[in-house]
Design a protein around this ligand. Structure first.
Ligand code: GRF
Length: 204
């Protein structure tokens, strides 16, 4: 079973969907560690309830970005993580971790990248921007992680309609629900070999 490592800063509902799929036998993977920059992230509680080891690692626990990068890399190595999933992680990973896991770090984003991505495009900001732009469709993107926010080769995308009477909240809820399914579906395609992440490295 492939060993998954998660990074999450807040709620962790996408991570939760993957954990459930693994527990239910829908995904042949073992969620093996969860790291958060936020000691109070609900994602950590969810992970603890599922008996998954958790770590709070941030600028509060490590004096420099280099030491933090090193510490994160050591945790991933210690838990023999093979595939990393950023599921609502609000920080960048450091160069050592990115290099050690090239082609093996995924991020999920609640829009159709390259539209509506970047540093300030998170949470409801994304859905507000989609509505302000008058888009008729938005969606979910799963991509390989590179040094910048929301860049990196696209692994899979799935559309979600924008309805005429949508608010930020209704649209956000519809996208999030789709994210939960799509993340599990896409991981299944990666695990089956249908999607080869290594072939995507450097393809953007
Ligand atoms: C999701 O919308 C994800 O696409 C984005 O952050 C949000 C995390 O939600 N990167 P949750 O913590 O998984 O509930």
């Amino acid at each position: 079973m492939i060993r998954l490592g998660f990074f999450a800063s807040h709620n962790g509902s996408n991570m939760g969907a993957v954990i459930e799929a693994c527990q239910g036998g829908k995904l042949a993977a073992r969620p093996s560690v969860v790291i958060s920059n936020n000691s109070r992230a609900h994602a950590l509680t969810r992970a603890q309830q599922a008996a998954i080891p958790t770590y709070h690692r941030s600028s509060q626990t490590h004096a420099t970005p280099e030491l933090l990068d090193q510490a994160i890399g050591e945790i991933l190595a210690e838990h023999q993580i093979e595939l990393v999933i950023l599921a609502g992680y609000m920080r960048k990973l450091g160069p050592k971790t990115l290099a050690a896991y090239q082609g093996r770090i995924l991020n999920i984003h609640p829009a159709l990248l390259p539209k509506f991505g970047g540093q300030h495009m998170y949470g409801n900001h994304v859905h507000a921007a989609v509505l302000a732009a008058g888009e008729r469709a938005t969606g979910v993107t799963i991509h390989l992680v590179e040094a910048d926010y929301d860049t990196g080769p696209i692994v899979a995308q799935c559309p979600v309609p924008v309805l005429a009477d949508d608010t930020v909240e209704t649209l956000g809820a519809r996208v999030l629900q789709r994210e939960h399914q799509f993340l599990v579906e896409t991981l299944a395609r990666i695990l089956s070999g249908e999607i080869n992440l290594m072939k995507l490295v450097g393809s953007n």
